[in-house]
Design a protein around this ligand. Structure first.
Ligand code: ZN
Length: 300
C-alpha cells in the first residue's frame, strides 16, 4: 500500500526513515530521525561529545545512503580514514534499517571552529572516504574519494557526485546538549537521471537558504515534513517508511568463524594460552570468551 501523508507512523517520535519522489520523479528524497541510534552508539562506545558528533553523523549518513536498498540483506560500508586525531570511522548500514559503527578515537577532545562550535573537521584534517556497496552480486562496488570538508555531509555528497555521478544535497544533524544527544536526523536529496540543470540550480538555491535541520527538529518537525519543507513541491510523493535502529550482527558463531579463518600460526599461538581468549566486537563491545579447549578444536 502506498505511504500517504495521513499515515500516523509519519508523526512517531521514534527513529524512522522516509523516502519520497519529487519534481516529476527527477528528485529522490530520504529523511530520517536517528536520535536513538546515536544515543546507542554513544552509550556502547562511551563517546565524548565530538566523537558522538562524528560517528553520529556518519551513522545517519549511512542510513540515508542505504535508503534505496531493495533487499534486507543489501548493505554498505562507509569507511573514513584521516590524518587527524579521529584517525578512522566505519559504519555499516543495511537494507532493513539496521546500522552499526565504530570510531578509532572514542574520546576526542572538544575541538572547536572559529565560532566556538564543535568541529569534526578539526579532528579530521585530510583523508579519504571509501564506500563499499554489497548488493549480493558477485563483486561489491567500491569507490573512494578524498575528503573535501571533514564535516561528513559534504564528503558523502562529494562521493555521490564524483564516484556515482549523482548530484545531491545532504544535511546531517546531531544536536547535543552538553553530553546528551538531544536529537539527530538527516536529509538527502539526489538528482535522478533526467533532472536538468535548471532544476538542479533551483534545488541548490533552496538548500543554500535552508536552516540547519536541528532548528526544524526543535520546532517539532518530522522527517517527512523536513523533505516537504526543503522541496516546496505540492506533488511530492511518499514512497516508503522503515524503522531504523543500531543493531549489531555479532554472535559466538560468527566470532568462531573469524577465528577459524585465521592462519595456522595465529591459531596455534592463541590456543597456547591456558586462560583461553576474549574477543571483543568492535561495533557493540560485546565480549566473547573461548576456552583453550575450544581454541584447540580449531586446530587441525
Ligand atoms: Zn557486536
Amino acid at each position: 500500500m502506498p505511504l500517504t501523508w495521513d499515515d500516523p507512523r509519519l508523526t512517531t517520535p521514534d527513529d524512522h526513515l522516509v523516502t519520497a519522489l519529487a519534481s516529476g520523479g527527477h528528485i529522490r528524497l530520504a529523511a530520517c530521525r536517528s536520535r536513538t541510534v546515536v544515543r546507542e552508539a554513544q552509550r556502547l562506545h562511551s563517546l565524548s561529545p565530538l566523537s558522538t558528533l562524528a560517528l553520529g553523523r556518519l551513522l545517519t549518513g549511512g542510513l540515508l545512503f542505504a535508503s534505496s536498498f531493495k533487499h534486507e540483506d543489501d548493505n554498505l560500508t562507509l569507511r573514513l580514514d584521516c590524518s587527524g586525531p579521529l584517525r578512522s570511522m566505519t559504519v555499516i548500514a543495511e537494507g532493513d534499517g539496521s546500522c552499526r559503527g565504530e570510531i578509532a578515537a572514542p574520546q576526542l577532545p572538544s575541538l572547536v571552529d572559529a565560532k566556538g562550535r564543535l568541529a569534526v573537521r578539526a579532528a579530521v584534517e585530510g583523508g579519504r572516504l571509501t564506500v563499499i556497496r554489497d548488493l549480493g552480486l558477485r563483486d561489491p562496488y567500491v569507490g573512494t574519494v578524498p575528503l573535501v570538508s571533514g564535516e561528513i555531509a559534504q564528503d558523502l555528497i562529494s562521493y555521490l557526485y564524483y564516484s556515482e555521478q549523482r548530484p545531491g544535497v545532504m544535511f546531517l544533524s546531531v544536536d547535543l546538549d552538553g553530553d546528551r544527544v538531544r536529537d539527530a536526523a538527516g536529509l538527502l536529496l539526489e538528482a535522478l537521471p533526467g533532472a536538468d540543470d535548471a532544476l538542479l540550480a533551483h534545488i541548490e538555491e533552496r538548500a543554500a537558504g535552508f536552516p540547519e535541520i536541528s532548528y526544524w527538529l526543535r520546532e517539532g518537525f518530522t522527517p517527512a515534513q523536513l523533505m516537504d519543507l526543503l522541496m516546496g513541491d505540492p506533488e511530492i510523493r511518499l514512497l516508503e517508511l522503515r524503522e531504523v535502529a543500531y543493531r549489531c550482527r555479532c554472535s559466538r558463531d560468527r566470532m568462531r568463524r573469524n577465528l577459524a579463518a585465521l592462519g595456522l600460526d595465529d591459531r596455534e599461538e592463541l590456543a597456547a594460552d591456558p586462560k583461553g581468549i576474549d574477543l571483543v566486537c568492535h561495533f557493540c563491545n560485546h565480549s566473547y570468551h573461548f576456552t583453550q579447549e575450544e581454541m584447540g578444536g580449531l586446530l587441525p
